[in-house]
Design a protein around this ligand. Structure first.
Ligand code: MG
Length: 457
């Protein structure tokens, strides 16, 4: 691991104190600090057991390169990203492994616009890392370490100003919030309370062992949320991932919905008020995103999979809205990054203004059956397999923006792409019936396995 690359799809990730040791964090911070050339850097961390250990190492080595460090403490990732811009920083570093299991940790690096570094700048940091050409400041210009209090409050105010607080507080919705023992517990429930919701918080103590549930808000991990919504008679349930950038919703019946459906609701409301706008989403998202866009006069811009690509594309084309199937909504007027609290506030505003149930509103959206699967594939075979796959596929429409996406005449589709972080191929498919989606996935699993064994020999 980390032999010639540091960054995966979302920053640097590894097993805490095994791969991501303090020594390794020192070296990563040496490269980051050299890259930022004695700039002002805000540093924050999530609530993982290894986060203070890694944060200390990162801060130490950043100041050694001459950077001035502002310590934001324990904060959700979107709050750290907001602070980078709000306080005029040159960059930001967040110690987090997002939704990964408790034994992991990671490092995300933000540019001065609060968005993670684009790939070409990540490569610059990697080049510095592997060349060992680190800055070391003179004794007189070693950086300071200053506390940066108030990051959570600045962030909370920013989120709240983008929604109609009067509408939400008049509706007084009852909301069950499941922070999953993650760092969002520090501020998201209080934001919802201040917006006028009646809040019931579960798993709301920050605990790096994640005793309540795994940090990834997948439907199978959210049975406690679902039960609590029913038991409390709540209007809405929401669960966040470990660092609070993704939000997954439960309707009032306790049914958990995937992120591209809640995103489609936000998209519908947004396009109703801003017709003609561009909406950015990765090729793995449901066709519902396109259906809503064509009905409400918007245009979808499809990107490669990865939140940084969505953010960077939004900035490049001036788009105000982006979204992912995993529960990431990017609301440009606030900040063009995934933001769990902003997403929740937008959904609450929609419910309040419409005065209807979440289940009803989701029911009105075009419905598709989705299926995800994976096929093991050794790292070194990924590229030749992809080339062979591209040669073989046929369909009504084939797209090769990221992996291979095949559209069929009946409107169903499958996306087959090599994972950026694991030795597997990921398959995402969508069709109008369960049978059809299963059939498409089965067919492509077979094609893929055939290609893998033929390329091997
Ligand atoms: Mg996350």
């Amino acid at each position: 691991m980390f032999e010639n690359r540091l960054f995966g799809t979302n920053g640097i990730r590894g097993l805490a104190n095994v791969e991501l040791t303090p020594e390794f964090a020192l070296k990563v911070a040496a490269a980051i600090g050299t890259f930022f050339e004695a700039g002002k850097i805000v540093v924050g961390c999530d609530g993982r057991t290894s986060s203070p250990m890694l944060k200390s190492a990162v801060i130490s080595r950043l100041t050694s390169t001459g950077c001035r460090v502002y310590d934001a403490g324990m904060v959700p990732t979107p709050a750290l990203q907001y602070a980078v811009r709000a306080y005029g920083m040159d960059g930001g570093v967040m110690i987090t492994a997002s939704h990964n299991p408790p034994e992991y940790n990671g490092v995300k690096v933000m540019a001065s616009d609060g968005v993670e570094l684009p790939r070409e700048l990540e490569m610059e940091v990697e080049r510095i890392f592997f060349e060992d050409g680190f800055r070391r400041a003179e004794w007189s210009s070693v950086g300071d370490v200053l506390k940066l209090p108030g990051v959570l409050e600045t962030y909370a105010e920013a989120v709240m100003k983008h929604v109609d607080r009067d509408a939400i507080s008049s509706a007084r919705p009852k909301v069950v919030v499941d922070a999953g023992n993650g760092v969002s517990a520090l501020v998201y429930p209080s934001i919802l309370g201040r917006l006028g919701c009646r809040v019931v918080a579960i798993n709301s103590n920050v605990d790096g062992r994640f005793p309540g549930r795994p940090p990834e808000p997948r439907p199978e991990n959210l049975t406690a949320l679902s039960s609590a919504v029913k038991f409390e008679g709540a209007d809405l349930g929401v669960a966040y991932d470990g660092d609070g950038d993704r939000a997954i919703f439960s309707d009032e019946r306790g049914v958990i919905h995937w992120g591209d459906r809640s995103f489609a609701l936000v998209e519908k409301a947004f396009l109703s008020e801003n017709p003609g706008e561009v909406v950015v989403t990765p090729v793995s998202s449901s066709k519902v995103v396109e259906d809503v866009a064509s009905e409400y006069g918007g245009k979808v811009l499809w990107t490669k999979v990865g939140s940084v690509t969505v953010s960077r594309t939004m900035l490049r084309v001036g788009a105000k809205l982006g979204g992912e199937e995993n529960g990431g909504v990017f609301y440009g007027p606030h900040q063009p990054v995934r933001d769990g609290a902003m997403t929740t506030a937008l959904i609450l505003e929609i419910l309040a203004k419409e005065g209807r149930r979440l289940s009803e509103m989701l029911e009105e959206l075009p419905k598709y059956c989705q299926l995800k699967d994976k096929v093991p594939c050794p790292e070194e075979l990924k590229q030749p397999v992809l080339e062979e796959l591209r040669r073989r596929v046929s369909g009504a429409r084939v797209e090769t923006l990221d992996g291979v996406k095949v559209w069929f005449d009946d409107g169903s589709w499958i996306l087959v792409r090599p994972s950026g972080t694991e030795p597997i191929y990921r398959l995402y498919a969508e069709a109008s019936t369960e049978e059809r989606v299963a059939q498409v996935v089965e067919e492509f699993k077979q094609i893929l396995s055939e290609i893998i064994s033929s390329v091997k020999s």
